[in-house]
Design a protein around this ligand. Structure first.
Ligand SMILES: Cc1cc2nc3c(=O)[nH]c(=O)nc-3n(C[C@H](O)[C@H](O)[C@H](O)COP(=O)(O)O)c2cc1C
Length: 152
């Protein structure tokens, strides 16, 4: 096993706005800066959002994931961050995406976020695997629907 490959999965509350257009504009900026920095840090992953919350996966060398998360954690655009998983992995699930944007118009994303809200972000009811699988499923859907959405 590559001993220095880690995956972090977290969930957070979206503080941007309840206005979807404003959220979208901010997301474009977040993705732009994330993709630029993540390439340099050898980080890959996926981000899913709605007007209520974010779910993100960061994969890469342990110190780089930690460093990137430390920066993200201080960002006022979200709060109530819950780390659901930070563990060693054998291989990346999102090797071709510096930061994939997944879950738009996806029923699995909507379903997932409903669960997140209903459980009030309680990690006892939300596992890292659950979030990971929701993002991976959403990525598969998006990829099938629109190959041009590939970001890396
Ligand atoms: C939900 C969310 C996800 C983010 N994901 C990333 C990311 O994957 N990589 C990254 O570098 N910045 C990400 N950011 C942006 C950082 O928080 C930060 O604004 C950006 O890296 C610029 O940092 P700097 O001002 O210290 O240069 C994210 C922000 C939010 C709110």
């Amino acid at each position: 096993m590559n001993s220095d490959l880690y995956r972090m999965v977290y969930l957070s509350r979206n503080n941007i706005s309840t206005d979807e257009a404003i959220v979208r504009k901010e997301i474009v900026q977040i993705l732009r800066s994330a993709r630029e920095k993540n390439v340099k840090e050898d980080i890959t992953g996926a981000l899913m959002f709605n007007t209520a919350c974010f779910a993100q996966i960061l994969e890469g060398p342990r110190d780089n994931v930690k460093k990137t998360f430390d920066r993200i954690e201080c960002d006022g655009r979200h709060s109530d961050i819950v780390i659901l998983d930070f563990n060693q992995i054998e291989k990346r699930a999102f090797p071709n995406w510096s930061m994939a944007h997944v879950g738009e118009d996806s029923t699995s994303a909507d379903r997932f976020f409903m669960i997140a809200e209903e459980t009030n972000f309680n990690p006892e009811h939300l596992s890292g695997d659950h979030v990971f699988n929701a993002l991976l499923a959403s990525l598969d859907e998006a990829d099938t629907a629109s190959p041009s959405s590939k970001a890396a």
